[in-house]
Design a protein around this ligand. Structure first.
Ligand SMILES: [Zn+2]
Length: 160
């Protein structure tokens, strides 16, 4: 992903991407978003829904405490309730979004986004589909022909 888009996601979702610049001993997020810009909106929407869900769950817990429905010692710390990205990448033509701290709802959101990625061009975000030969990429027809052309040119150069 381009550095601008990478920075934009980290700025919008600092809690989800809090490990973005941690060392590689601690997280694979140190490599950034290992996919192209076409999936930016998909990741942006996913993160927005995840953060809303986490914020809502935290609020719910606070009001349950206020009403005396749960005890102080049964509280889950708000840091533990936060979903944190561990790795974001493309693999076999699809988005892989690995996190820590996901409940069933968040896991469902991630499954949905990963499935949707097979229908969106990884380069430009237009409707696309995976190719079924060789190196699998999900792309639209335009990006695929540009991509194949560039790859052939690189190979030709390497042969010389
Ligand atoms: Zn495209």
């Amino acid at each position: 992903m381009s550095p601008e888009k990478d920075a934009e996601l980290c700025k919008k979702y600092p809690k989800i991407f809090r490990d973005r610049h941690e060392s590689m001993q601690n997280t694979l997020m140190c490599w950034g978003f290992e996919c192209a810009d076409g999936w930016f909106d998909l990741i942006d929407t996913l993160c927005s829904d995840i953060q809303n869900h986490v914020d809502w769950a935290i609020k719910l817990q606070r009001s349950a405490l206020d009403r005396g429905e749960i005890k102080e010692e049964d509280l889950i710390s708000e840091e533990d309730m936060q979903v944190v990205a561990a790795q974001v990448k493309e693999k076999y033509g699809g988005l892989r979004f690995y996190v820590n701290g996901a409940d069933d709802t968040v896991s469902g959101m991630i499954t949905m986004a990963e499935s949707m990625s097979y229908r969106l061009c990884e380069e430009c975000g237009k409707p696309g589909r995976p190719n079924n030969d060789g190196w699998v990429r999900t792309q639209c027809e335009d990006c695929r022909s540009t991509f194949d052309q560039r790859r052939t040119e690189t190979w030709k150069k390497e042969e010389k």
